[in-house]
Design a protein around this ligand. Structure first.
Ligand code: PHE
Length: 373
């Protein structure tokens, strides 16, 4: 009898300790495309985010509490972000949400975070509408009016006067970036020869490419995601198109080159980060990342890492995980030394940062230049 009482109280003690520890953890929600058409985006951003969380916990956590990252996979499918972000907020009681890479996915989740007053930080969504959703929605990357200008200026500097445009109508990112590129390019003496469209998931682009080819462009701007871009680059080559392709950050990821092979040689795209950057911050990050995962970190990995570090920094400055205080602290982020550059959140909850231009030679990415805002 005595013994069972003792065991019972031991058990109660153990349970309450586990409970206290669990309650003491700061829950951070993350939604990402770990599978499906843009799996490379979600897998990379998640690895970077997790690396930051592990590092923070190894040095004691934040405000004396450990961070717990709960990650949900949206499978790259429209409709999923809303469902899983509701779950992260209502069921897991996440104090903040990190995600997504693709703008259309972030745009789906942002109104839910805003309604619930749970701060959301997108590591990589560049469409302006994302943060326009409301004052709880942030991003730590540049936006597409800047990115479109960077590519347009680069094209003009290369002497490309006539450019064709091929847009993915299913992605807010692609539609927006095409629009900002065209605006700058035509205002600065460039001509758009022809415009064509496709939709995420398409596999055959020959009709659009044939039409674009007939306009004899100097280059073709394709602000799409790597999956479709890789396929259409191969088809462009089969059709004898010699004009280089130009793109934006949606091209990023080894998956692009695995499918495209050498078909994108001589093409250019803009992005956020290059592992070739010799700065000690970037090289230190590359080393840590490779020690954990072996592969070389790409843009989404570095941005994912920065998003978690910025959140942790804001929690520290807020001295609390209270939603209004945390929102204000994220909004006040100034000169944060990130892996992807110095991050200051502006009054529109965006970050003004440099972009990098990259090229592809011999089936590999190569850094060209950094472009300041
Ligand atoms: N900027 C893209 C978007 O808004 C996503 C992206 C970011 C893709 C960085 C690759 C690298 O949809």
């Amino acid at each position: 009898m005595k013994r069972s009482l003792f065991l019972k109280s031991l058990l109660t003690l153990a349970c309450s300790t586990v409970l206290a520890q669990a309650q003491d953890e700061i829950i951070v929600g993350e939604f990402a495309s770990l599978t499906g058409g843009s799996a490379s985006f979600g897998q990379s951003s998640h690895k970077g985010t997790q690396l930051a969380i592990d590092e923070l916990n190894a040095s004691g956590g934040v405000l004396g509490r450990k961070l717990k990252l709960i990650t949900e996979d949206d499978q790259s499918v429209a409709g999923q972000p809303a469902t899983i972000v509701r779950k992260l907020i209502a069921q897991d009681k996440a104090i903040a949400i990190l995600g997504e890479v693709a703008s259309s996915k972030s745009l789906e989740a942002a109104p839910i975070c805003q309604q619930n007053k749970v701060p959301m930080i997108s590591p990589a969504s560049t469409n302006p509408k994302v943060t326009e959703t409301g004052d709880y929605i942030f991003r730590i990357c540049f936006i597409d009016p800047f990115q479109g200008t960077v590519v347009s200026k680069f094209a003009l500097s290369k002497g490309y006067k006539n450019i064709a445009v091929l847009t993915d109508v299913k992605q807010d990112y692609s539609v927006g970036l095409a629009e900002f590129f065209v605006k700058h390019f035509t205002a600065n003496g460039g001509t758009i020869t022809k415009e064509q469209k496709y939709a995420t998931g398409d596999k055959d682009f020959k009709a659009q490419l044939t039409s674009l080819k007939s306009g004899k462009p100097d280059a073709i701007f394709v602000p799409g995601y790597y999956g479709e871009v890789a396929l259409l680059a191969r088809q462009a080559k089969q059709l004898g198109i010699k004009a280089p392709l130009l793109g934006g950050d949606g091209w990023v990821g080894d998956s692009l080159l695995k499918v495209a092979g050498n078909a994108l040689d001589g093409s250019f795209f803009s992005s956020h980060f290059s592992a070739e950057d010799k700065s000690p911050e970037v090289q230190g990050f590359v080393k840590k990342y490779q020690a954990k995962y072996t592969d070389v970190p790409d843009d989404m990995a570095a941005l994912g890492y920065d998003s978690a570090m910025i959140l942790a920094d804001a929690i520290k400055r807020a001295g609390s995980t209270d939603s209004a205080k945390l929102r204000d602290a994220i909004a006040a982020t100034k000169d944060f030394k990130g892996i992807t550059g110095n991050i200051t959140i502006d009054e529109k909850r965006n970050a003004s940062k440099s972009a990098v231009m990259m090229t592809i030679t011999g089936g590999a990415f190569k850094f060209v230049e950094t472009v300041a805002p």
